[in-house]
Design a protein around this ligand. Structure first.
Ligand code: SAM
Length: 178
């Protein structure tokens, strides 16, 4: 299932309803780790791989990882191919991703958030994805269609069968300078 939210309280309620005790969770945009801590307590027998590119996040997450053995923090830009590749390799050794959680700034950048969601979820194929983003939530409720295409897992199954390499190449070209 793919759950799109904006309100931070609702985001954390959804985390509580979704994460199981042995889940392997990938969190994109953990900031200071306030939701990461909730995830780590929900999955004491699992593991949280939390990523953020900011210096502020790195300082706080280094403190948090010393209190929670099941959190692994990576300071990295999640738009980059090398970041996804590193996490995908680690997950392969650990049995795959159960939950993907994406919060790159709840009120902004629906296009970046969707792109990151599409590439990461198509590659990791999580059971559940939770996205915190106002623009995507607005789009979801403001749009209509006469057709139904619907996925059951945490990724878009109908567009996920094309193979990963073309998408990764596209991601490599995606520069922060444009
Ligand atoms: C709203 S905060 C996340 C809040 C956090 N999820 C929580 O529940 O407390 C958004 C975070 O996304 C991070 N971020 C935005 N774009 C990113 C990117 N391309 N790669 C890694 N982190 C990113 C920012 O540095 C920021 O810390």
């Amino acid at each position: 299932m793919i759950n799109v939210v904006y309100n931070i309280k609702i985001y954390r309620e959804v985390l509580r309803d979704t994460i199981k005790q042995d889940d392997l969770v990938v969190e994109l945009g953990c900031h200071l780790g306030n939701s990461t801590k909730i995830m780590a307590e929900l999955a004491p027998e699992g593991r949280i791989i939390a990523l953020d590119k900011s210096e502020e996040a790195a300082q706080s997450m280094n403190d948090l990882t010393s209190s929670y053995a099941n959190i692994k923090f990576l300071k990295a830009d999640v738009r980059l191919h090398e970041t996804l590749e590193k996490v995908a390799k680690r997950l392969k050794e650990q049995g795959g991703c159960d939950v993907l959680s994406i919060d790159l700034g709840g009120g902004h950048y629906p296009d970046t958030t969707f792109k990151v969601f599409f590439i990461w979820s198509s590659t990791l194929r999580p059971r559940e994805t939770i996205i915190r983003n106002r623009g995507l939530l607005d789009f979801l409720h403001s749009s209509t269609s006469s057709e139904i295409i619907k996925s059951q897992e945490g990724w878009l199954e109908s567009s996920g069968g094309d193979g990963v390499p073309p998408r990764l190449k596209e991601l490599q070209l995606w520069s922060t300078n444009i």
